[in-house]
Design a protein around this ligand. Structure first.
Ligand code: PFF
Length: 455
């Protein structure tokens, strides 16, 4: 493609990438993962993953995308002709479709909750009722599948409009409003009777709870939340112009994304303790807690409509970005029309998404590796494929790519004086790949077997 669109404004670049990063991963997945893994210790490890692995891998994706203005496959082929590293684009395509499938189910729940808020059904119940309301939604095969289809339909329509108009306009407008709303909800939660317990749960880590599943969960959450390791940010960076400062942009994205996740935690955990819920509730946590929060706020009816509307938009900017990986690949590598590629992407997600939606009801007994389809897609993509993709991309930029091209990208052809370049390169070459490998080895129990051998 000779005339690839470019993000016109500086805000557009950041807003669209933040739009991809900020989504249900921050507001739905982060609190429940943190809750299931003991709170504080999980959050500490999560933060380490964001700063030591996340930022370097974002930069690695940016460097490849902006240096070539191409999708992952052609980009790597251009930078290292014939290199096997280009197969990382398949990890991107597979994981993006898997994520789109289960993500659309959760986004479908958001639409149902928005609908229930509007017709006033979400008001005036007890915390136990909210648990039943959620269970009856996910327990109903046709309702969950229908909302999933509706969400994918909306995603499809927006994608057909093309990158700049669709993504940039929506993200520019809505992200700041979402931030503002989250801050208001935070203040409300901090005034709840058991706010202190909630904050202690989040911020006083108990490291005796550290386990392989917690560590891989924290790493997976960092990759998922930052939209990392599946070449999504690489694809976005291929639309950046020459003036975008890559290191600064990556740092801003990581910080904003982390702030949203922490804000979500500060909203949810004080409420969990105040309303007598269990932090370990899993995927339903946020859907049970948020309505209780609205109930207790003056004007809760309007707050719930506002929050679910914004959550809907936060999810759509994320699903647009993951669909874009697949679509760019089909249009640029296989000369498919954008229309056809969008249809194919949506079609696959419809089938897999329905399987995920049904795994809470009629298919709940079908398990692969002891996980339902929903859990399996989530676990395999977030905890295995994304870190594996991140590993490959970091090794490529750190060890394979021409060092001058990397330096030129980081300094915008020498026009920026970047003091953090050396430590960042060190993280890309050594810290990120080694940490990812060590975490994988730890999780498959290699260290335990070694210890058993030695002692
Ligand atoms: N980062 C998004 C979120 O936190 O909701 C999820 C996501 C978007 C993952 C795009 C992967 C991706 F390519």
């Amino acid at each position: 493609m000779s005339e690839r669109a470019q993000f016109v404004t500086k805000m557009g670049v950041i807003a669209a990438s933040v739009g991809s990063a900020v989504g249900l991963g921050n507001i739905w997945r982060f609190p429940y993962e943190a809750g299931m893994h003991g709170g504080g210790a999980f959050i500490c490890i999560y933060l380490l993953c964001v700063f030591l692995l996340g930022i370097p891998v974002i930069i690695a994706e940016f460097v490849i995308g902006r240096a070539t203005h191409k999708n992952a496959n052609s980009a790597i082929n251009l930078l290292a002709p014939g290199s096997k590293f280009r197969y990382v684009s398949y990890i991107g395509i597979i994981s993006s479709v898997m994520i789109l499938s289960f993500y659309s189910v959760v986004a479908g729940w958001i639409i149902e909750y928005l609908f229930q808020s509007i017709i006033g059904n979400l008001n005036g119940h007890s915390p136990e009722d909210y648990s039943n309301i959620f269970n009856s939604l996910v327990g109903s095969p046709w309702r969950s599948v229908l909302w999933t289809i509706l969400f994918l339909g909306i995603n499809f329509l927006i994608l057909r409009k093309g990158i700049q108009k669709g993504i940039e306009r929506i993200s520019n407008l809505l992200m700041p409003i979402l931030f503002l709303l989250l801050i208001i909800f935070c203040i409300n939660s901090l005034l709840l009777p058991k706010a202190k317990e909630g904050l202690e749960f989040m911020f006083s880590p108990d490291f005796s709870q550290v386990s392989p599943s917690m560590i891989i969960g924290a790493m997976g959450q960092a990759f998922f939340s930052l939209s990392l390791g599946l070449t999504c940010l690489l694809t976005y960076a291929s639309y950046f112009n020459d003036k975008t400062p890559l290191i600064k942009t990556a740092t801003i994205i990581a910080i904003l994304d982390t702030c949203v996740a922490i804000l979500a935690g500060v909203i949810i955990f004080p409420a969990v303790f105040s309303f007598g819920a269990e932090p370990t509730a899993g995927p339903k946590l946020v859907f049970e807690i948020l309505p209780s929060i609205f109930n207790q706020m003056p004007g809760g009816y309007l707050w719930s409509i506002a929050l679910f509307t914004l959550l809907f938009f936060a999810s759509i900017t994320s699903t647009i970005s993951m669909s874009e990986i697949f679509i760019t690949f089909c249009t640029e590598e296989h000369n498919m029309s954008r229309k056809k590629a969008t249809r194919l992407n949506t079609g696959i997600a419809l089938v897999l998404g329905s399987l995920c939606a049904l795994s809470f009801n009629v298919l709940s007994d079908i398990k692969v590796f002891d996980k339902t389809f929903f859990d399996l897609f989530d676990y395999v993509s977030s905890n295995i494929l994304l870190p594996a993709g991140g590993f490959i991309l970091a090794v490529f930029v750190g060890w394979v790519m021409n060092k001058n091209i990397v330096a030129n990208q980081l300094t915008n052809n020498g026009t920026l004086n970047v003091r953090t370049m050396r430590p960042i390169l060190f993280c890309i070459r050594y810290i990120a790949p080694l940490a990812i490998i060590l975490i994988f080895l730890y999780v498959i129990g290699l260290f335990d077997s070694l210890a058993a051998l030695l002692f």
